[in-house]
Design a protein around this ligand. Sequence first.
Ligand code: GLC
Length: 447
Amino acid sequence: MRYIWLFLSLGPCALFAQHKPLFDTTGTAAKLQWFTDAKLGIFIHWGIYSVKGVGESWSFHNGAMPHADYMQQIKGFTAKHYDPAAWAELIRKSGAKYAVITTKHHDGVALYDTQLAPGGRKKPLSVVAASPCGRDVISPFFTELRKRDIKCGAYFSLIDWSDPDYPGFLRDSSRYKIADDPARWQRFSQYNQGQIAELSTLFNPDLFWFDGDWEHSAGEWEAAKIRAVILAKNPKAIINGRLQGYGDYATPEQNIPIETPPGPWELCLTSNDNWGWQPQDTVYKSTHDLIHIFADVIGHGGNLLLDIGPKEDGTIPPGQVKLLEEIGQWTGAHAEAIYGTVAGLPNGHFYGPTTLSKDSTTLFLFLPGGTGGSALIKGLDNKVLSAEVMGKPIALTHRVVGKISWSKVPGLVFVDVPEEAKDPWMTVLKLKLDGPVKLYRGQGGFN
Ligand code: GLC
């Protein structure tokens, strides 16, 4: 027989230690606390690609349209109905505790008032300098988020396919090799790192969300230096994992991990099939499906960063608004099972996601596919003090079945769930245990 007591205090620190971090992790676990407690973030892909509604940056890179035509979209970016307070309010209502917005995608167009110009240009390449919008759209958004205690994340693409000094351009043609012209790469690096420093100074983001690190090595990007510069300005800034080993957490994209990633992690996910607004892409994931994905993610200790793509005028498509509002109804009714919890029971104990309170004396069961009459927990070596349905004043009865008096193997806990307990999207049960969770993980013999 084998017992496992969950060592809940073994947080990111221990995991980083196993993975030989490339940087000093002192204080990393502490600075990540708000992030691992937050569970839900909203990702926003907004840029000139929403003028024609084409793929963000990839449309010209992959040859779906000429680069010049793609860049012409800047002339149509108006932000004329942009209401940053309404955006922040929608995000608050969804139950998200942070938001991450594109400050510059792989197309090189900044959404803030950068003072730096890419190679060979006199003017900065930004919606401030070159679009009818003519203003920084990031500052007012961060201001509104901060008014609501929502943390601010800045997405920044390391790749800049529009900068003549950047080697990569189209999928099948690049400009040069770094080894052949290191000075040119240096000019690009200076520009790119200069913009990262600008973001620090102008916005002091709580989180830097880099993207595109795969095109170059840590050495070429000078990832260690980028990290150091950010932390010199704000030692508490969190950096996502797309910095060639110099980030704080992993970022699986679109696909749900089956094995829990080691250390803190965040699944970034589109609400339909694309990151930015595209007129033909109107089939959204359902609220039901997103909530089931979200429960699975937090049950494995991760965060969900759910993406929306506003239109060029700043309006958020109604389908996305509806999703966020409905998710908010569910997160609101189940807040205690979500925020500030930790990953739940390892696989095998319950047929669905679970989370635990930090002290592991409260167990939350997320019932997949409705109520199903009863919930069954195996190998739970605790007494259940009480069971209730979250969001409804319904106390539940539970039974312990198959407990053998002389064996240490715990019985099966059945919690009966009546039909009226059913949540339209996902029912959650709250079980108070007689102490920190204790699990039997054996093969069930006599002792
Ligand atoms: C990918 C894509 C990019 C998108 C990002 C979001 O890395 O390159 O277009 O912004 O995913 O995670």
